[in-house]
Design a protein around this ligand. Structure first.
Ligand code: F6R
Length: 613
């Protein structure tokens, strides 16, 4: 979704802004713009399309001079992608510039008020009201920008992160946030604001996380923060230890491929430090053994791929804990009147930690009295900060819109959580506990083995990349895995694909199977392998071409029933098998998209972090 960068210091602002925006490109956008104050006053450049169009327009930033500025990549919500709807938006006098992430829900009402005051609007956006409204109060407040911004905030409904620059106070930037991420980067004689830490990592690793309703005033000399009543507040400075090159392609053609290949290391980083003396150990875990024993119900709540992790988690946790686990889409959770009380544990999963629906579900769960444990990748993100307990996935920055290493590390953390709870509940025999733990410890090297098959997977992709419709089928965890395989394929290759629990085929969907339909049969779960064979035979009889994913010991069986291609994963504990099975599915989706010439890291219409409902 939209990205924000702001700079105030002694460097030329425009190149810094363009550089920061380039690092936010992965979030998805359709236009970009910058506003810089310099000897020519407040200059604004905006362009629909790729950031390169904007960069060419201002000669890589060299055409605009000045040491303070704000930049934005826009993902259209109110008003189509166009030069004029791009941010920054200007006040009527052209002296105040605003960039905004989020949605101003009461913008129509505010717009009507401003039009009544004679203000003319240039764009169709909700953001423009903010620029005009700040100017309106700025005049009333006799030129006190901070207080004008504060008065505006009390009138805005919705979600927003704002960066504000005024030609009348040109040595400062103002930052504010509510329900939309915004961080401040603290440097030496220069300071930054950004919607995402990757935008400023090249310049500083010291950041301040703004909380909802807080404001900040940035000058080259420092950063001052205020609460919603404009009382000064002290904020902690946090150090970000992500490597800069973790957010670079490092010789790979696409971030997605790089991130697929990084999975063994990401899982090692996530799992190993949490195993001590043959037991799962979580540092500063905020749930007591009594809390765990008293837990009567557990929900897993997430969106998209993170939800698919929850689907696998349901099978795995119920198996380990013998307790009911419900999985809910975050976008449904808060509207479904969930049965939640103080003995309920809600596990929230989110790579970004900023997904708006997931955040709203978290707040609803807390409102109803539940304890919230989150599995999050981005340190200091909103979801992490509002949870009772946070387990970080130490996957490093994930840039590709289609998640891969975040999915894998989330799954590994959920398995660790299952083991941790099982030990306290006494629900797993010791042998089984050790077998799962052992499989988790061997997972990185087994994923390396799966990655070695990438040429075969590439070959299979070359045989099937022009299919227009694909079905993934499987049972139990293989069904949950199919959901992720199908999402991966459709989101980056634009091929229509669906995942079905194999047993459901006969209840309707099998009528879609005809000569040449591609069916990807997932059959890694040994206990249900015979059932998987029957389903493959069923669809083969109706003319489907089948690609099968199974364990090495079942390769011959699958070939024997006419699978056009068989990919295998090494033997592992059934709880851990989905963590292996997902890798060939990611690779298959990647190669298919590559052969179809798709924009793999930035699929159309998608955004990395979905911060609107
Ligand atoms: C798909 C994908 C999305 C995300 C979803 C949730 O590849 O990445 O489906 O999983 O938008 O995002 P987070 O995990 O950041 O809450």
């Amino acid at each position: 979704m939209c990205g924000i960068v702001g700079y105030v210091g002694d460097q030329q602002a425009a190149p810094v802004l363009l550089d920061g925006l380039a690092r936010l490109e992965y979030r998805g956008y359709d236009s970009a713009g910058v506003a810089v104050f310099g000897d020519q006053g407040l200059e604004v450049a905006k362009a629909k399309g790729r950031l390169q169009v904007l960069s060419d327009l201002i000669d890589g930033g060299r055409a605009i001079h000045g040491n303070v500025g704000i930049g934005h990549t826009r993902w259209a919500t109110h008003g189509a992608p166009s030069d004029v709807n791009s941010h920054p938006h200007m006040s009527r006098s052209g002296r105040i510039a605003v960039v905004h992430n989020g949605i101003i829900e009461n913008y129509a009402e505010l717009k009507a008020f401003l039009m009544g005051e004679g203000v003319e609007f240039a764009s169709e956006t909700d953001t423009e009201v903010v620029a005009h409204l700040i100017e309106y109060f700025y005049k009333k407040d006799n030129g006190d920008l901070l207080s004008a911004v504060n008065r505006v905030l009390h009138r805005l409904e919705g979600a927003y992160a704002l960066g504000i620059l005024s030609a009348d106070d040109p040595d400062q930037l103002i930052a504010v946030r509510k329900d939309s991420p915004l961080i401040l980067g603290v440097g030496q004689g220069e300071n930054f604001l950004a919607s995402d830490v990757t935008a400023i990592l090249r310049y500083t690793r010291e950041v301040i996380y703004l909380e909802d309703g807080e404001m900040a005033l940035l000058t080259p000399q420092g950063v001052r923060c205020f609460d919603h009543l404009m009382r000064p507040i002290e904020k902690a400075l946090c150090h970000v230890d992500w490597e800069i090159d973790a957010a670079e392609k490092g010789g790979y053609e696409h971030f997605m491929f790089k991130e697929i290949m990084e999975q063994p290391d990401a899982i090692r980083r996530t799992v190993s430090p949490r195993i001590k003396d043959g037991r799962v150990h979580f540092e500063d875990f905020g749930l007591s053994d009594q809390d765990i024993r008293e837990m009567s119900r557990m929900y897993i709540v997430a969106c998209g791929s993170s939800y698919h992790v929850g689907m696998v988690g349901k099978y795995n946790l119920e198996r380990m804990l013998r307790r009911p686990v419900e999985v809910s889409l975050a976008s449904e959770f808060r509207y479904m009147d969930p049965i939640v009380d103080e003995k309920t544990l809600v596990v929230v999963i989110s790579q970004s930690g900023e997904t708006l629906d997931t955040m709203a579900a978290l707040r609803e769960a807390k409102r109803l009295g539940a304890k919230v444990l989150s599995i999050v990748n981005v340190m200091g993100s909103s979801i992490a900060r509002e949870s009772d307990v946070v387990l970080y996935t130490w996957a490093g920055p994930e840039i590709s819109v289609a998640t891969t290493k975040a999915y894998s590390t989330q799954l590994a953390v959920l398995d660790l959580l299952g083991l941790y709870f099982a030990q306290r509940l006494g629900t797993l025999p010791e042998e089984e506990y050790q077998a799962i733990l052992d499989s988790l410890l061997h997972l990185p090297e087994q994923i390396e083995q799966v990655l070695e098959q990438r040429e075969q997977i590439q070959y299979l992709a070359s045989q099937f990349f022009n299919h227009s419709s694909v079905f993934f089928i499987g049972r139990n965890c293989d069904y949950a895995l199919g959901l992720e395989g199908s999402l991966k394929l459709k989101e980056i290759s634009y091929i229509h694909s669906e995942a079905y629990a194999s047993g459901e085929l006969k209840h309707g969907t099998i009528s879609l199977i005809e000569e040449g339909t591609l069916v990807i049969a997932l059959a890694t779960y040994a206990k249900l392998f015979d059932k998987a064979v029957s389903n493959v035979v069923e669809v083969r009889t109706r003319g489907a071409e089948v690609l099968a994913l199974t364990t090495e010991d079942h390769r011959a069986d699958m070939e024997g029933i006419g699978a056009a291609g068989v990919v295998t994963v090494p033997h592992s504990h059934p709880v851990v098998l989905p963590s292996l099975g997902v890798v060939p599915l990611q690779l298959f989706a990647y190669y298919v998209a590559l052969m179809r010439g798709c924009d793999i890291d930035k699929p159309r219409n998608l955004a990395k972090s979905v911060t609107v409902e």
